[in-house]
Design a protein around this ligand. Sequence first.
Ligand SMILES: N[C@@H](CCC(=O)N[C@@H](CS)C(=O)NCC(=O)O)C(=O)O
Length: 281
Amino acid sequence: MPIIEPKDQSLKELKGLHLWHAELSSCAQRVRITLAEKNLEWQGYVIDIPKNEHATPEYQAINPKGLVPAFVDNGTLLIDSCDIIDYLDKKYPNPSLRPEGDTMEMQDWLAAADKAQTDLKLLSHEFLFRPRKDMSEDEVEDFASRHNNQVLVDFLREWQGSDQFPKEKLDAAVDRTDADFKKLDAALADRDWLLGNEMSLADIAWMPNVHRMMLMDWPLERYPHLCRWFEQVKARPSYQKALVEWEPAGLQDRFSRYVVERQKETGIHVTAFGVLAKAAA
Ligand SMILES: N[C@@H](CCC(=O)N[C@@H](CS)C(=O)NCC(=O)O)C(=O)O
């Protein structure tokens, strides 16, 4: 359900477009790209996830799930990135980011991107964000006492309490992501964009996921059509402005150094899991 009743009633007084987001959040990236494609002006509020700013009562009164993004359009509150971009395209249809007529296929791509979030989060925390792991037990328990979303709390406890997620979880997440990328690749075999000759919300929904896997050195060459698509994505000003330029300076180099060093020191790399390991054997 995209539009929700805000607990923080002051949101109803807001004029214009307002986005609560995080620099690296894939869900926020989708919304920023859509806003950029539509050339819309917006007011932003950065929520620092590593500093647990999404656990404050103030933020949870904005997004009751305590997740980013949250979006307000002239007093109307929306959460869930795929719902927000769908809303934006209907409310501000110029330029349109959906095919004419039947949009069922587009909705299916959006739903699949939304579903992929759990795996993207697990893989990102395993293969990119481990160096961020510096919370004491007290800090974890403080987060647990303040955040209402039990799924987030359980995830943080598991991540902070281990040097590696269980292999079977990583294998399964790699397998599902590979299956998604194969589906994208097949859809792109005879077209420039997922739904035809024009970029649509379906493409925007998947841009952050492919970008994220690229950062962890995922072997994208397994999907030649997806690689061609990703080159087009990179050439898009909205991708640069709304995704790349929000990354802290030097981040891509830091990630790629970490990925190489971890593989050298421990053998841990995304290609050591699931179908990627079988393919490399
Ligand atoms: N279905 C939601 C998922 C939102 C979500 O998972 N947001 C992530 C960032 S992409 C988040 O806030 N994570 C905080 C955390 O994991 O602690 C959407 O698409 O907006």
